[in-house]
Design a binder for this molecule. Structure first.
Ligand code: NAD
Ligand code: MG
Length: 375
């Protein structure tokens, strides 16, 4: 991956042949969006999709930046929250893009978190059989994860993210300063995904985070470095396995347990948001690996200590309210990961930064482990 200092922004290339694109990471990139977009799409018009919260903070800034670069824009504003990833809202976005008379050479911009990015990318992927798409992610989770890689979509009553398309963006602008207005809880949730890249295969990045996480939370250079390192990691995985047939599965470290916990609380975000589920899930994945004699107790403790330090939940008992019994949790796991002859695919680890895909994990082992965890 190419990454170089560019003026005051880092640049990471997502290398996908003729669908390659840049991720720029730096302060106040919203102000530079007009220039970056006008350079890449001369003469294009834009539809900006955002949610009410983000629009009230950054829409005017973005439209001014576009206008000063000669890019005419329309705004499409959705309610905030996961429920916005629905057919109903997709229809509204699609209709408003068409009503704004955007043509195929024009661009659709997502200004918001993962919800807006997923919904907007899907709309951009299907309107006129595919329009140019620009991501301006405004949550840490969206900057380090959802805005990169081209997975887009909405939820079904039958499950999350079941309807969608792969549609790569043509540009990602991660403005690190917009994260200043993000709630501490949402920032921590995104941080769990940042730490995940260290735990997958970059022990030195995890060690750096252990020493520098306070600066990452504070903003400035350390934050930019953490986001750029995360984007580089995700970009490499996506370039190697765009459509998730193999290596991309490593990105699911902590997600099997995490998803089961999210489902177990009925996706009630007052109890658990995705990144929090991933934090607990990563700790469980390390502890489960210890139980299988793959990793050391010290490594599992180290992971838990760091995530707890930053204020993330790390134990089942950190989730407010009652959890369903372990066998219910196992049912969620079995639903999430197709179980074949009592065996499931799991991301396990030999220690910090040494994760691997295990295809043959006995469901019975998972069940025994969970029963132990419930105490
Ligand atoms: P989100 O988009 O709901 O944003 C969280 C909250 O923060 C919202 O209320 C939003 O209005 C607010 N917000 C956003 N930016 C802000 C800012 N700068 N200042 C103040 N408030 C701000 O949630 P998210 O965590 O960003 O994304 C979660 C979604 O991402 C889920 O739907 C998940 O499925 C999806 N996701 C997709 C991928 C992918 O590869 N496509 C990967 C991971 C997650
Ligand atoms: Mg995730």
């Amino acid at each position: 991956m190419i990454s170089e200092a560019m003026e005051d922004a880092d640049r990471v290339l997502v290398d996908l042949g003729n669908r390659s694109y840049d991720i720029l990471i730096g302060d106040r990139l919203v102000d530079r969006a007009g220039k970056e977009i006008a350079e890449r799409f001369p003469g294009a018009r834009a539809a900006i999709v955002s949610d009410e919260t983000v629009a009230s903070l950054y829409l005017e800034q973005l439209r001014n930046s576009l206008a000063s670069a000669g890019v005419d824009s329309a705004a499409i504003i959705m309610p905030p929250g996961e429920k916005t990833k629905s057919f109903e809202h997709l229809m509204t976005v699609v209709d408003e893009i068409l009503a704004a008379r955007l043509e195929r050479r024009d661009i659709v911009i997502a200004l918001g978190g993962g919800v807006i990015g997923d919904l907007t990318g899907f709309a951009a992927g299907v309107v006129r059989r595919g329009m140019h798409f620009v991501q301006i992610p405004t949550t840490l989770l969206a900057q380090v994860d959802s805005s990169v890689g081209g997975k887009t979509g909405i939820n079904s009553a039958r499950g999350k993210n079941l309807i969608g398309v792969f549609h790569q963006p043509a540009l990602v602008l991660a403005d690190t300063s917009v994260l200043d207005t993000l709630s501490a809880r949402e920032f921590r949730a995104g941080y769990a995904e940042t730490a995940k890249y260290g735990l997958i295969d970059q022990p030195e990045f995890f060690a750096w985070l252990e020493g520098n996480w306070k600066d990452v939370f504070a903003g400035g250079e350390a934050r930019r470095r953490a986001i750029a390192t995360s984007c580089r990691a995700k970009a490499a995985v996506v370039a190697a396995d765009e459509r998730e047939s193999g290596a991309r599965a490593l990105l699911n470290l902590g997600h099997t347990f995490g998803h089961a916990l999210e489902a177990a609380v009925g996706y009630d975000s007052s109890r658990l948001v995705h990144g929090e589920g991933v934090a607990i899930g990563m700790v469980l994945a390390h502890q489960f690996s210890v139980r299988l004699n793959l990793a050391s107790v010290d490594d599992a403790r180290r992971v838990e200590a760091h995530l707890a330090d930053v204020g993330l939940p790390t134990r089942l008992s950190d989730i407010p309210g009652d959890l369903p019994p372990p066998d219910r949790l196992l049912e969620h796991i079995a639903q999430d990961k197709k179980v074949e002859r009592g065996r499931l695919t799991f991301i396990l680890t030999k220690g910090v930064g040494q994760s691997f895909v295990a295809k043959d994990v006995p469901a019975s082992e998972v069940e025994l482990f969970l029963k132990e965890k419930y105490g």
